[in-house]
Ligand binder design. Structure first.
Ligand SMILES: [Zn+2]
Length: 154
């Protein structure tokens, strides 16, 4: 058996299995293979001596409690109070209602005709719908709580 094959054959053995006769014969003659095998055997026996690592029974519960206590990162828009959201919504609605009387819009109508009104109000409608969707999305928990309170009253 060649020196290059010895370590591979040794590592193929299962735990606690005796060395095959050919391997034993080789390491009796070859000091470098003998020291290499002894080094590996020492390493394996040091692993065997280690106490097994046991996880506490409620370890996963502790982790879940830690996770639930972590601060929740929220978007910067969520910090706007509902009052500010409503105020901004009223501003957008007031803009939609008054844009038809603005000087700029009257000037645009004078130059391009009355065909601008439909696309303008369509775009403003999309803006308002998007704003309402964002407001609802950022305050979903509060809306759910209000719905629960309303449901309990009925
Ligand atoms: Zn050897």
């Amino acid at each position: 058996m060649r020196c290059e094959d010895i370590l591979g054959k040794f590592l193929e053995l299962d735990n606690g299995e005796n060395l095959p006769r050919k391997l034993r014969q080789h390491i009796q003659k070859c000091s470098s293979c003998k020291s290499e095998i002894e080094r590996w055997q020492g390493l394996f026996s040091s692993f065997a001596d280690e106490d097994t690592f046991e996880i506490e029974v409620d370890f996963s519960d502790k982790i879940m409690v830690e996770i639930s206590n972590l601060p929740v990162k929220t978007s910067s828009l969520a910090f706007l109070s509902p009052t500010k959201w409503i105020a901004i919504g009223i501003f957008i609605l007031a803009s939609i209602l008054t844009v038809g009387n603005s000087d700029a819009f009257i000037w645009l109508n004078w130059h391009f005709g009355r065909n601008l009104q439909i696309p303008l109000y369509t775009v403003m409608g999309f803006v308002m719908s998007g704003y309402i969707a964002l407001c609802t999305g950022f305050h979903l928990d509060e809306i759910k709580e209000l719905a629960e309170i309303y449901r309990e009253r009925i």
